[in-house]
Design a binder for this molecule. Structure first.
Ligand code: SF4
Length: 461
């Protein structure tokens, strides 16, 4: 591989971790490293880990076992870095259990990892950096583009302390980035060809509350004015920081995608209170009503936890009722997972595993039926979609996303990063299938050179 050193990153967990991995990659590139296509070619392997659920941790522990034999059999000089939430939570303990770990870098130190790698080479024992420094936002702006899309971290950390969650303990309190820096970053991304940005935060709509700057909705309004941006998304919103006024103002922002991911977590006020979610179902309903009133075509998705300590059949049935009432477009569903630090682990009356599994399965079945019905309603409708990349299964198919966040598979010659119009022709699982009805080239001209002809019928089923 010559003298150039290569890095390889494995990422676990949420969008925030994926965004951190982009920064880790960019910091290695800045230090002269190149990305390894395969782990066997890597001089440095970084596991950017998640500690939110036990099964995510178990996967990483399995990988650490793999890297022990990797070092023994393949490359004994490879540097193994444990990064992210698990490193922050258990880095010291794990470096004792897994001697193959050379560097432990917690959530406050992502950008320093290349320096630690250089430092540890030639040193004795693992290098551990888990102290809580002042958090720095990424210095990489325009370079963060992933093709035509980019994720922009506008607020980090969380101050909510939901009783089932470790994030506030591992990523610290909310810290918003200055709006001026965000606007500059997005303009840089546009100059790099980005047309869609997703604003990221563990509690994205708390943006601005910790600093003397603009609010979340004012930030959306400013980004909406940036030339060249076509779609603006945001993840993840907390219902307590949403209200009718925000929804009303979003409805008039043409570039803000009408997709609201609003984790409800439970349909029982008693459980929401124990979860320390700081809202009631009535407040949640009022936001849903506002979404229907101001943005009737919007999609609403959610997160739901079953098996939270003390959850009884009545609480659980109320969650099923909530799903039937709101008719979410999709839901990410989980069984409560006991974690270090979080407060719910001390609650008595745990729900047994079989009951939790049964509840989860019933809930998934109910939601799948609703998602399927809602997707079927889309058949025969014309949608504008952003093409994202070729399907791994079928190269002639392109994966695209609608404004409302639904995935559409289309047989087309268009390239990733283009807006095309499609007719929804069917569904397959949770995915829509579409046929292209209009192909616009990168220059904005129609592929048949006839701007007056709106429908080419190319690819119609
Ligand atoms: S809002 Fe609650 S669930 Fe989300 S990151 Fe903060 S503490 Fe965790």
């Amino acid at each position: 591989m010559g003298d150039i050193k290569r890095y390889y990153i494995e990422t676990y967990g949420c969008e925030m971790n994926k965004s951190d991995s982009i920064d880790i990659a960019l910091s290695f590139e800045t230090h002269g490293y190149k990305r390894a296509e395969k782990v066997n070619d890597a001089d440095v392997v970084i596991l950017n880990t998640c500690a939110v659920r036990q099964n995510a941790e178990e996967r990483v522990l399995g990988r650490l076992g793999y890297y022990r034999s990797f070092k023994e059999r393949h490359n004994r000089n490879a540097v193994i870095v444990l990064a992210g939430c698990m490193a922050q939570e258990r880095g010291r303990e794990l470096s004792g259990l897994f001697p193959e770990i050379d560097v432990v870098s917690g959530t406050y130190h992502s950008m320093e990892i290349p320096g630690y790698v250089e430092e540890c080479c030639g040193g004795e024992g693992p290098l551990i950096a888990v102290d809580r420094n002042v958090y720095r936002f990424s210095p990489y702006t325009g370079e963060r583009a992933q093709g035509c899309r980019a994720w922009v971290n506008i607020i980090k950390g969380c101050s909510n302390y939901c009783s089932y969650c470790v994030v506030p303990y591992l990523r610290g309190p909310e810290k918003s980035k200055k709006s001026e820096g965000i606007i500059t970053e997005i303009k840089d991304l546009v100059a790099d060809g980005v047309v869609e940005v997703t604003l990221l935060g563990q509690n994205v709509n708390a943006y601005g509350k910790d600093i003397n700057d603009i609010t979340f909705i004012e930030l959306l309004e400013k980004i909406n004015e940036i030339d060249g941006i076509r779609w603006i998304r945001f993840l993840t919103s907390h219902p307590k920081d949403f209200n009718e006024e925000i929804v009303r103002r979003i409805s008039s922002l043409e570039k803000v995608c009408k997709h609201f991911h609003l984790p409800v977590q439970s349909g029982s006020n008693r459980i929401l209170n124990l979860m320390n979610r700081k809202y009631t179902l009535d407040l949640y309903r009022s936001i849903v009503e506002a979404i229907h009133k101001y943005t009737p075509r919007a999609s609403i998705t959610t997160d739901i936890i079953v098996g939270f300590p003390t959850e009884n059949e009545d609480d659980y049935n109320q969650t099923l009722d909530m799903i039937r009432e709101v008719r979410f477009d999709d839901a990410f569903t989980y069984i409560y997972s006991e974690r270090p630090f979080e407060q719910a682990r001390t609650m008595q009356a745990k729900v047994d595993k079989d009951t939790s599994k049964r509840r989860l399965q019933e809930l998934i079945t109910l939601q799948r039926g609703i998602s399927c019905e809602k997707n079927r309603d889309e058949i025969g409708k014309r949608k504008s979609v952003l093409t994202q990349g070729r399907s791994k299964k079928e190269a002639s198919e392109l994966l695209c996303r609608t404004e409302t966040g639904k995935m559409v598979v289309v047989n087309t010659k268009a390239r990733a990063g283009e807006f095309i119009d499609v007719m929804i022709t069917g569904i397959s699982g949770n995915t829509l299938r579409g046929a292209e009805i209009l192909y616009r080239t990168e220059t904005g001209k129609f592929d048949n050179g006839d701007p007056g002809r709106l429908f080419s019928n190319k690819g119609m089923a």
